[in-house]
Design a protein around this ligand. Sequence first.
Ligand code: MG
Length: 382
Amino acid sequence: MTLAQPATFARTPASAAGRIVKAECILVSVPFQADVKLVWGFTGGGKNTFDTLLVRLETDTGLVGWGEAFSRAEDVALRSLVETRIFPLIMGEDAAAISKIKFKLEFGLQNFGRVGPTMYAISAVDIALWDIAAKAASQPLVNLLGGPFAREVEVYASLLRYESEDGIARAVREAIGRGYRHIKLHDITYPLIAAACEAAAGEATVMLDVNCPWSVAEALAMDARIAHLGLTWLEEPIWPPDDYRGLARVRAQGNHRIAAGENAGSLHDFVAMADAGAIDIAQPDVAKTGGVTELLKIAAFCAASAIEFVPHCALFGPGQIATVHINAAQRTVPLLERLYCDFEAEIYGGATLPVGGRVEVPHAAGLGIEPDMAVVDRYRIA
Ligand SMILES: [Mg+2]
């Protein structure tokens, strides 16, 4: 659905970014190939697919900005939320007033959740507004974030979940062959984790993300069992993800550096994690945690708190590109996450694919890369 409004906002002159006069939400779901289990509700119609929920904003000066909300399993409910709750609140606003718009949305929708779909939708708008701001300035986004510390960002292959030791070892070897020197696992059983580490030995560092399966006691037992594998970090070991006291116990009594934050909603969740002593590595997601604006605040907080800032990025659209710009603007440039799978078609025609385990920071204005609308139209969910 497209929400359009005539450009009749004559109250005060808008900035060069212009006033928002058109907003569209496009849900795309693209099949991918990977020798993996159907897990995490990623499936659509019995196939492995990943969603990209695009938000396209247009201003009366003709600028177009693209944003992305975290989405899985053909999330038409989230698309409806964006169209019915978010778009009516932003029409006619000066697109340059990014923080004001974000506050208006967060304050106006506070009863609908500070973590989850409402915040995903707000994140998408924020990313699109930063794209517009950078285009209005004729600068790549990274230049509005303080400028780049790097022209390229190193990427880690974030493997999915595999059926067998052979399968995961094959995937690790393949990723190394493609140039990756950092690999993250999502398996939760010892034999598969050990097989992956053996396959990577000496050629890639290995991180482990288990997506919140254990109690504190179970996590500590597994922590001890895998301690000899030399993992770079242990990510989200316990359920629920917002049990920061429990996470702090695993961190204090276990052997691993603890990473978490993809299930957080705002800066304040990271302050609470830090106050609890729960994390070594903060992982906000630009399409879940309030967009570029919120990630900049979280990055500053991490810098002042001796916490590493390594954004989560299980995204393939504008959120992924925004994360590249954010990472490039950090003094210690974080690794960029890329889920390890091969799509039937690429939304950006392959321009965002890592080469030799690295991606270039786009240098055109805004996010710097525009979606291939033929691919978007082919895979959009009606
Ligand atoms: Mg994770």
